[in-house]
Write a protein that binds this ligand. Structure first.
Ligand SMILES: [Zn+2]
Length: 505
């Protein structure tokens, strides 16, 4: 007898329906799977046989043929255990065939028949909903799948429970999704908690308001990481679609549970990271850190310590907002639109320009160190700012009250609204044409820019970036025309454009 069961798989971050056909025929008891399954699917037959027996059923001693289609896509993983086991029992006449068409089944089986959670449940849940089918899934995956609206979930803990379900002997409790509070920036990550650093805080505000990539330069302990950690709290609340897309990526990477829906990701990989881990890839392509940061923040601390090749691969996502990973059989595209925030010391020893400690670096060493971040990557960073060491007074005296994140965020939201009203995504993403249209300079600001260009030896690219940042400064001030003070502030966010002979501080 032939049984047809539905399951699902994931390519990139998208789920699709997989049809599992199980045929039982007379002959030697051989269990074979066809449809290009990889090693994991072949191994699944051992788990399926054990799980069926340990759930109190005989495994049919006939020829079992399992076909997974579509056959032309390589399927991976252990998630087909449950549909194969149910298909075998249905083909053996132990379960009714009729309800199989209206269910999608997914789950890995332990040898004792318990259901284990699988990776990528969110795209699978979306595929099940589009198929108009109920989703039978491991109970441990239910919360992650429950963000998908309009889908019936049947969370099961074991193969036995699933069998009882199809026999009408067990009815699942209606699944109640955990209450999802609106996301609020976590306590203890408020801008007001950081002493001093008014200039850097203002730079963070401008960066957040225009989605400008930001590089902070300062000695160890000056608070660069603390500042970066507060950036997600300064970004606009995530829309449902943004949240869903980000969660899909995390789901495929196996990081689905735990994160709060609507929380902008903050990822800070160590500088020893490989290019595959940063960008994504592998035999079964998985998203890298740039995609895990999608719609959030990617923080690269100690930027010059990253491998040069690793930094070079950042170019594609920074330009295109996505990463294309090609493998022999397929090409997969992962979204990767993030704000890049990087930090570095001013010199190898870290104390160049420090008020109390002496820098021991030679000018050549400093040049070499800063040279590591020059070129194509630096070209994509709109703002580079100094975060100097705090003075003794700033450390020891009670600091003046500082603005809270919520106050700064309200200015940012207004600046964002001005950008949207102009029909642009963000000032950082203005095209050349849009820069001409929206960043017109009046006479005094033209003079100021000309002076800056000749004094600092700015390139044409730097010039464009100054205009974009000046646009954001003006948006924060609620001003449509770009004025001299807006341009002057933007010029101040180009530390690394200054000749090396000039101290950064
Ligand atoms: Zn030094």
């Amino acid at each position: 007898m032939l049984a047809k069961v539905k399951s699902a798989a994931v390519i990139g971050i998208d789920g699709f329906i997989v049809h599992v056909e199980v045929d039982l025929s007379a002959g030697l008891p051989v269990f074979s799977t066809v449809g290009l399954p990889d090693a994991a699917v072949r191994e699944s037959k051992d788990r399926v046989v054990a799980a069926v027996r340990n759930s109190g059923f005989d495994f049919p001693s006939r020829r079992v043929t399992v076909n997974l289609s579509p056959a032309d896509v390589k399927k991976e993983g252990t998630a087909f255990d449950l549909p194969i086991a149910i298909g075998v029992l249905a083909a053996d006449g132990l379960l009714p065939l009729a309800p199989m068409g209206s269910h999608v089944l997914i789950g890995e089986l332990a040898l004792d028949g318990r259901l284990r959670p699988v990776r990528g449940i969110l795209p699978i849940a979306l595929a099940a909903r589009d198929e108009g089918a109920a989703l039978i899934l491991p109970a441990a995956n239910a919360a992650e799948a429950s963000v998908v609206q309009g889908l019936t979930l049947v969370p099961a803990t074991s193969l036995e429970q699933t069998i009882h379900y199809f026999r009408g002997e067990w009815k699942p409790e209606p699944f109640v999704a955990p209450v999802r509070p609106a996301f609020v920036a976590p306590e203890g990550l408020d801008l007001a908690d950081i002493r001093g650093q008014l200039f850097a805080k203002r730079a963070l505000e401008v960066a957040a308001a225009g989605s400008h990539n930001l590089l902070m330069i300062g000695p160890p302990g000056s608070g660069k990481t603390m500042l970066a950690r507060r950036l997600p709290g300064l970004l606009t609340p995530m829309t449902f679609d943004e949240s869903l897309e980000t969660r899909k990526i995390h789901s495929v990477a196996g990081l689905g549970s735990g994160a709060i829906f609507g929380e902008r990701p903050f990822r800070s990989p160590h500088h020893t990271i490989s290019d595959v881990a940063l960008i994504g890839g592998g035999t079964h392509p998985r998203p890298g850190e740039v995609s895990l940061s999608h719609n959030g923040v990617l923080f690269l601390d100690e930027l010059p310590e990253f491998d040069r090749h690793v930094l070079e691969v950042l170019r594609q996502p920074l330009e295109e907002g996505s990463v294309t990973v090609s493998r022999a059989a397929k090409t997969v595209c992962f979204p990767a639109r993030f704000m890049l925030v990087a930090a570095m010391n001013p010199c190898p020893c870290g104390y160049e320009g420090h008020p109390e400690r002496e820098c021991v670096c030679t000018p050549t060493a400093v040049r070499k160190y800063r040279g590591k971040v020059s070129g194509p990557l630096l070209d994509r960073i709109d703002m580079h700012v100094e975060v100097p060491a705090l003075s003794l007074a700033e450390i020891t005296e009670e600091p003046p009250p500082s603005e809270k994140t919520s106050v700064v965020l309200s200015r940012i939201l207004e600046a964002r609204a001005r950008q949207r009203a102009r029909g642009v995504l963000s000032n950082a993403r203005l095209s050349g044409k849009e820069v001409k249209a929206h960043c017109k300079l009046d006479a005094p600001s033209k003079t100021l820019v000309k002076e800056a260009v000749s004094k600092l030896g700015l390139s044409a690219r730097s010039f464009d970036r100054i205009l974009k940042v000046a646009r954001t400064v003006a948006d924060l001030a609620g001003s449509e025309p770009l004025r001299e003070e807006h341009v002057a502030e933007a010029v101040g966010y180009r530390s690394l454009d200054r000749p090396l002979t000039q101290s950064l501080f």
